[in-house]
Design a protein around this ligand. Structure first.
Ligand code: N01
Length: 525
């Protein structure tokens, strides 16, 4: 759809056209809901996979699992797909879905305000105003690059760009380059650019745990099998899913179970680096799993190169020509690559959303902590749903699994509102509180909280507001249908609706019997 042609009103407005927004469009369409629109600030579908085009960009979850369950792709060339293949996959799924006529690109959501009289969201976009009965934020958690807060950063006179906004017009050949950060993006970039640049300084604040990447090309036979015998591909997918799910107890209950991974990571260091001093510098001093475990066979050999220096002294400032570390050394460079991650614990879109009583969601989160019932809905923000909301991230498995769970739940909610004449739905405060308290209680015993590290999983108060601390199948179960009884509902005649739980609602989180069941399943999984 042309952005100059925005309708005045839609039933459902989805913001963002990455994996999440596209899943929403497909699920809504399948459910017979045609009155929806997806607005996207970029020029295409793909979200983070459209934006992250840095050299070496690839997924660290195997593509058989990091893809929609309803759109298997027999064309994956290898187990861990590179970014161009993932982006091409998302584009192909979007085209095949027949929903692209309801996508508007290069349109930013500037502001959304809940109108209590009309029970509509009044949304101001860069292409004009629109009202919506339901607002779905599928803006993603890794979409807004975070620049480092370093003195003098803006004074640097050379070239600077963030890993997620790679400047392909700037040739790095022979240049003196600095990269700040040693997270998932940096460890993919460094091995690619080290052989090309003149000299590379890698600024490490905290060493990551890095295990080998068991990546390989699929054989011709496998590709033929995926194409002609879909069942085989689904067996691969299941095997990967359950293999990954086995990591959950090590993260959430029994850190000792991560010992084999730690051994693999230490062997990876010994294999990749010969210099004992460098080996010591790259060996983390916190529990494995506390930060995202990274996978690479090329990171340590790249750091061992003669033209690469790992700088661990800590940055004090940036000057017009280089970077100064705590010991007073200044290293001049032509280019600074910022691989310092994203705004994850403050969800930038929250600054643009104002709910009941005129309270901005960002202020609400600042006061109460970033939290949402089932990672999806927030009391005080009627008819607002998140795909990839608070505490829905994963350290071990596929976000697409979580996205599909939420897209199904939201689609069910949208249908429920329509069939029951409900104009406003928000989680009951006591239900949201019970959910959040339970989640945070579980969080305390996880390696993310007790593993002795700082990470982007934690907010300024040390609360983990990003990750899901349980099995992913439990998340799917909890979101298997819209649990209307957990919500304050207003009918179109302004009458508060007393909803009757449906048979499927018995999986709701506030049913203690179910929580116990899920615990049992997680313990035995
Ligand atoms: O960002 P990060 P990323 N001075 O936040 C350092 C996903 N992803 O873009 O650890 C110096 O992980 C910071 O240091 P520290 C994935 O979910 C997936 O790499 O905070 N350093 C850290 O080393 C991932 O987790 C894939 O001490 C500073 C780095 O910058 C998420 O994206 C690929 C600093 C930031 O690491 C983000 O990854 C790539 C400062 N002032 C990314 N500030 C897949 O394969 C920060 N740092 C799917």
């Amino acid at each position: 759809m042309d952005s100059t042609n925005l309708p005045e009103h839609v039933r459902v407005l989805v913001v963002g056209a990455g994996f999440g927004g596209l899943a929403m469009a497909i699920k809504l369409d399948e459910a017979g809901e045609r009155d929806f629109l997806v607005i996207e600030r970029g020029p295409d579908v793909g979200g983070t996979w459209r934006d992250n085009t840095y050299p070496g960009a690839a997924c660290d979850v195997p593509s058989q699992l990091y893809s929609y369950s309803f759109a298997p792709n027999p064309k994956w060339s290898r187990s861990f797909s590179p970014q161009p293949e993932i982006q091409a996959y998302i584009q192909e799924v979007a085209e095949r879905s027949g929903t692209l006529d309801r996508f508007v690109f290069e349109t930013n959501m500037d502001e959304a305000v809940w109108d209590e009289e009309s029970h509509h969201w009044r949304v101001r976009t860069s292409a004009g105003e629109i009202t919506a009965e339901v607002l779905v934020s599928a803006a993603g958690a890794l979409s807004d690059p975070k620049a480092p807060d370093i003195e003098g950063f803006d004074s640097f006179e050379g070239e600077v760009f963030h890993s997620a906004r790679w400047n392909h017009d700037h040739d790095l050949a022979g240049k003196r380059v600095a990269i700040i950060g040693t997270g998932a993006s940096s460890i993919q970039i460094v091995p690619e650019i080290a052989p090309v640049v003149g000299h590379l300084d890698v600024y490490q604040r905290t060493a990551p745990w890095v295990i080998p990447r068991n990546d390989r090309d699929y054989t011709r036979l496998e590709k033929l099998a995926f194409k002609h015998v879909p069942k085989i591909q689904s067996v691969y997918r299941r095997a990967i899913y359950w293999g990954r799910e086995m990591y959950v107890p090590a993260f959430t209950r029994q850190p000792k179970l991560a010992l084999p991974a730690k051994k693999m990571a230490l062997a990876n260091i010994r294999k990749g680096i010969s210099d004992p001093e460098l080996r010591a510098k790259v060996t983390p001093d916190y529990q494995i799993g506390c930060k995202r475990i990274l996978i690479s066979n090329t990171w340590y050999p790249a750091l061992d190169r003669d033209n690469v220096e790992l700088v661990t002294g800590g940055i004090t400032k940036v000057t017009p020509s280089g970077i100064v570390t705590k010991d007073g050394t200044e290293r001049d460079v032509d280019v600074i690559i910022v691989a310092t991650g994203f705004h994850t614990t403050d969800l930038p879109i929250a600054g643009q959303i104002t709910g009941r009583g005129g309270v901005r969601l960002a202020d609400h989160f600042a006061e109460h902590g970033m939290q949402a019932y089932k990672g999806t809905t927030v009391n005080g923000y009627p008819n607002l749903f998140f795909v990839v909301g608070p505490n829905t991230g994963l350290g071990h498995s596929s976000m697409v699994f979580m996205i599909e769970s939420q897209a199904d739940y939201i689609t069910d909610a949208v249908s429920h509102l329509k069939t029951h004449g409900v104009v406003s739905a928000e989680p009951k405060p006591e239900i949201q509180k019970a959910f959040t308290d339970d989640l945070q209680k579980r969080m305390q015993r996880t390696v993310w909280s007790a593993g002795g590290c700082a990470s982007w999983y934690l907010d300024d108060h040390g609360r983990n507001v990003t990750l899901w601390p349980r099995a992913t199948f439990t998340f799917r179960r909890l979101l298997s249908s819209f649990d209307a009884e957990s919500y304050e509902l207003v009918a179109n005649d302004d009458v508060r609706v007393q909803s009757v739980p449906r048979a499927t609602d018995i999986t709701s989180n506030d049913n203690p019997a179910n929580v116990a069941d899920h615990d049992k399943e997680e313990a035995t999984a």
